[in-house]
Design a binder for this molecule. Structure first.
Ligand code: NAD
Ligand code: DAU
Length: 334
């Protein structure tokens, strides 16, 4: 198969590019990425010279460049990881979120339609369902997004649904819980806490630290998207979750314990506006219909992630300077 992975230079997209090249040696994988602050060619060093790998620098909002990449490479399917993804940035300036996460998805759907591609997998989030007071979200739960990020992702998901119903454009949407693992930009909570602590700085915990997130390791998420790409029927929606729900305070305490540090390294800071209290995903449907199950335990995955950041300062040190540092200073008035 010839697959266009959009956003393949980011955190999860780069894991999926490497996963496809390793597990499907006869596939051609085209990574189409704008290289925003979150797109990092360092994530792909090990596959740069693979003859089945092609990189195209491009914006999913630019139909001309997108269509050329599809035509030139005879693309059959698209997996869309390209997005603006950080909730705090969306609160500070939603503009680019609306552009990429809604208009970009529209462009992709138009291209799938125009070229008659076999499938488009839209990688989306549990945040479109809002905060879970009790129980877990199913694929049929109503959308109730609470941040500009979540509402722009919801817009993209609605477009996928409407293109399937109206034009039979073969889009499939996934709603996933929080990803973690190596190569995650150090603005997201796990790499932010680990790298701060490695630098001797404190871990800034929002609000009362009681917010709950469900965590899935990169390896499990790649296997889930593999199942969706190859087995899901057009128009389907799948939740991807792990069952590993944890309060932020427990998360930081686990990280501190693994790193041999004390609780004095926690700094309570002002809360995120509109901060969702809890996310929780019911992933029965993907397990029953596609036979996928998460394998990595959170404790094992978290330890491996900390080990990776410890061993790969070259990767993250430079990301904690320049534009990122300016953003961080503004956020925490440090
Ligand atoms: P990321 O922020 O690490 O990377 C996003 C990538 O998209 C970057 O390489 C960036 O350069 C690229 N990109 C941004 N705008 C683009 C555009 N207009 N055209 C082309 N490329 C563009 O992302 P991530 O955290 O790995 O998330 C990947 C996807 O998974 C996103 O769609 C996100 O909404 C979804 N998701 C993320 C999580 C999570 O915990 N990180 C959980 C559930 C769903
Ligand atoms: O649930 C899936 C979503 O997970 C994805 O769709 C998003 O793209 C991804 O960014 C992530 O969103 P969150 O807002 O859950 O992730 P973040 O890492 O920003 O925050 C996780 C939790 O940690 C959240 O409750 C806020 C808290 N937090 C975050 C930061 C950055 C802190 O306590 N301190 C921090 O410095």
């Amino acid at each position: 198969m010839r697959v266009l992975v959009t956003g393949g230079a980011g955190f999860m997209g780069s894991h999926f590019v490497k996963y496809l090249l390793k597990n499907y040696p006869d596939y051609k994988v085209v990574n189409f990425d704008k290289l925003t602050y979150a797109g990092n060619p360092d994530n792909l060093k090990e596959v740069e010279k693979n003859p089945n790998y092609v990189f195209v620098k491009g914006d999913i909002c630019d139909a001309g460049v997108l269509e050329k990449a599809i035509k030139d490479n005879k693309i059959e399917a698209i997996v869309n990881y390209a997005a603006e993804t950080h909730v705090d940035r969306s609160i500070m300036d939603p503009t680019v979120f609306l552009r990429t996460d809604i208009f970009g998805v529209y462009n992709l759907l138009e291209a799938v339609r125009k070229f008659g591609l076999k499938k488009m997998v839209q990688i989306s989030t549990d945040e479109v369902f809002g905060s879970a007071r009790e129980g877990s979200f199913t694929e049929d739960s109503p959308f109730a997004p609470n941040s500009p990020y979540a509402s722009s992702k919801a817009g993209g998901d609605h477009l996928c649904r409407s293109y399937w119903v109206t034009y039979q454009t073969p889009a499939v949407v996934t709603h996933s819980c929080n990803f973690y693992g190596s190569n995650q930009f150090p603005e997201k909570v796990i790499p932010l806490f680990i790298t701060n602590l490695l630098e001797g700085k404190k871990a800034p915990l929002y609000g009362d630290g009681q917010n709950v997130r469900e965590w899935i390791h990169t390896s499990d998420h790649c296997a889930a998207v593999d199942a969706v790409l190859h087995q899901a029927e057009a128009g389907a929606v799948y939740n991807i979750g792990s069952g590993d729900e944890i309060k932020n305070i427990e998360l930081v305490e686990k990280i501190l314990k693994i790193m041999g540090l004390g609780k004095t390294m926690i700094e309570y800071v002002k809360d995120r506006p509109g901060h969702d209290r809890r996310y929780s995903i019911n992933h029965k449907k993907i397990s029953q219909e596609l036979g996928w199950k998460p394998k990595m335990s959170f404790d094992e995955g978290l330890k491996a992630t900390i080990d990776w950041y410890r061993a790969n300062e070259w990767w993250w040190k430079k990301l904690k300077s320049g534009e990122y540092l300016e953003y961080y200073k503004k956020q925490y008035s440090v």
